[in-house]
Design a protein around this ligand. Structure first.
Ligand code: AP5
Length: 221
């Protein structure tokens, strides 16, 4: 099964993806996480991506498609895959279709998470991420037991540079201009698309999300 998660920055794609990935033992492909790892490792891709990410703009499609293709080789064709934050343009979406077709696969389910901009801005201003284990906390909604320290691994929590207010504003505009057109693309695409209101409690969203993807309410914890 191939699942695509769509939605604006801060809507909770990563938070929900991690839970489903655990429940399905699926592979989690977050292009944002892959790009941040490339930056930390100082690879050529990481260096090329840095300016785009810091400005809140999209990294060019050809770099992203190469990154995803390479990553999929390591995952194998039989494993369930949850794409989080990819595709983000119609060229990336058509590129994904071509890549999946080579292994007889297709996008089965698209889930669109939606929430008002003021909710997104507040979530991003409070987000604290662990660079060591990838856990995500929130200063307002899910604070760590000890301020600044990751509950999961004890690492030092960071506020992402692109979560600063001006960059968030830019990211929201980029989403509207370049990624929102994918909603119409996937409405006309074979497979199902489900819209989920994400201005709610994480558990309530997850129950609906799990059911949209698996077709059952089992496995919801
Ligand atoms: P990326 O890392 O993908 O960022 P994003 O899509 O902007 O998404 P976020 O990670 O900001 O938000 P999220 O929806 O995952 O929310 P989260 O679960 O963390 O991309 C970063 C950059 O990389 C891009 O700007 C671009 O430059 C580049 N890039 C990446 N992919 C690319 C691509 N395909 N093409 C081109 N460029 C690409 O939640 C946010 C906060 O809210 C957290 O603190 C969380 O704890 C909290 N929260 C979550 N759900 C709830 C809830 N229900 N109630 C209360 N709080 C909640």
């Amino acid at each position: 099964m191939v699942v695509v998660l769509l939605g604006p920055p801060g809507v909770g794609k990563g938070t929900q993806a991690v839970r489903l990935v655990d429940d399905l033992s699926a592979a989690h492909v977050s292009t944002g996480d892959l790009l941040r790892a490339a930056r930390r490792e100082g690879t050529e891709l990481g260096n090329l991506a840095q300016g785009f990410m810091d400005r809140g703009e999209l990294v060019p499609d050809d770099l992203i498609l190469d990154l995803v293709k390479e990553h999929l080789i390591g995952i194998g064709a039989s494993r369930d895959v949850i794409f989080d934050g990819f595709p983000r343009t119609t060229d990336q979406a058509t590129g994904l279709d071509v890549v999946l077709e080579t292994s007889g696969r297709k996008v089965d389910t698209v889930v669109l998470f939606e929430a008002p901009d003021d909710v997104l801005v507040q979530r991003l201003s409070g987000r604290r991420s662990c660079p060591d284990c990838g856990a995500v906390h929130n200063a307002y909604f899910s604070p760590p037991a000890v301020e600044g320290v990751c509950d999961r691994c004890g690492g030092t929590l960071q506020h992402r540079a692109d979560d600063e207010p001006d960059t968030v504003k830019r990211r929201l505009q980029v989403y509207l201009d370049q990624t929102a057109p994918l909603i119409a693309f996937y409405e006309d695409h074979p497979g199902t698309m489900t819209r989920i209101g994400a201005d709610r409690d994480v558990e309530a969203i997850y129950a609906e999300f799990n059911s949209a993807v698996t077709g059952s309410s089992e496995g919801v914890s």
